[in-house]
Write a protein that binds this ligand. Structure first.
Ligand code: SF4
Length: 249
């Protein structure tokens, strides 16, 4: 499509959508339709990202727990650089308790918020050592009792280390894409997760986050979503090809 044709198309679509918005009354959510659209989105994303998986390097549940704590406000790439050395030095929970906090802070400094993360890691290591014989518990209730572990971390560990679908991991990409795709209107992570678990089939809870994260990194970027190249453009209500404006977060 040439530039002038595309501009004409966008302008026509904008007029159509604006007039439709003015005349249509708000209707009840069509849950059945929303579920069907969600399934279609999952199917298309699975085809586009057949290798989507957790991008935090780990070789066991404990390493994944530590990596996920470190990933708060930090990129997975940076966490993987730090854990390459960290996991050679600290192999089990007791190892994190043998060093002074300042030493661990220095080891994880480049992931940011290193003082808080050190408190969380050493607090978690203490509970695992004292209450779980050094093992990572496998229920969401027990994981949420660990210092610095919230729903996102617990869901990541349960889903990726134990294959337990306890919920949907909601990070910045999942938040942005779920909203753009019209799967939720919420902004709070727990409320978004509640909306998603109601429409995503349970068997897809774990992969769903990986798919949205992969798509968010490659195509549906925060600032410049590439709607014209997007495999879920058709079922996406926010595409600038339909609205004529760049989707927000
Ligand atoms: S069509 Fe655009 S806004 Fe919608 S998911 Fe694709 S890239 Fe994101």
């Amino acid at each position: 499509m040439g530039a002038s044709t595309l501009r004409g198309y966008i302008s026509r679509m904008t007029t159509k959508l604006t007039s439709r918005r003015k005349t249509e009354r708000p209707s009840k959510i069509d849950l059945k339709g929303l579920k069907a659209r969600t399934q279609k989105i999952i199917q298309l994303l699975k085809r586009a990202y057949p290798d989507a998986k957790c991008s935090l390097n780990h070789s066991n549940a404990f390493e994944l727990l530590i990596a996920t704590i470190l990933s708060a406000q930090c990129t997975d790439e940076r966490v993987n650089i730090v854990t390459a050395d960290l996991f050679r030095k600290y192999r089990k929970p007791e190892d994190y308790l043998k060093v002074p906090a300042t030493e661990l802070q220095s080891d994880i400094r480049t992931t940011g918020f290193f003082r808080n993360k050190t408190k969380s890691i050493q607090g978690t290591a203490k509970v695992l050592t004292e209450q779980y014989a050094g093992r990572v518990p496998q229920t969401i209730e027990e994981l949420l009792e660990l210092p610095g572990v919230a729903r996102k971390t617990a869901n990541v560990v349960l889903g990726n280390a134990f294959g337990v679908a306890s919920g949907v991991v909601v990070d910045t990409h999942v938040t942005r894409l779920s909203r753009r795709l019209g799967l939720t209107q919420q902004k709070d992570a727990v409320k978004i997760e509640n909306d998603l678990v109601a429409i995503v089939p349970r068997k897809d809870w774990v992969i769903f986050s990986h798919l949205l994260i992969a798509h968010g990194r490659k195509i549906c970027k925060a600032r410049n979503p590439l709607c014209a190249e997007c495999v879920v453009e058709k079922p996406c209500p926010s595409s600038y090809l339909k609205t004529g404006t760049m989707p927000g977060s």
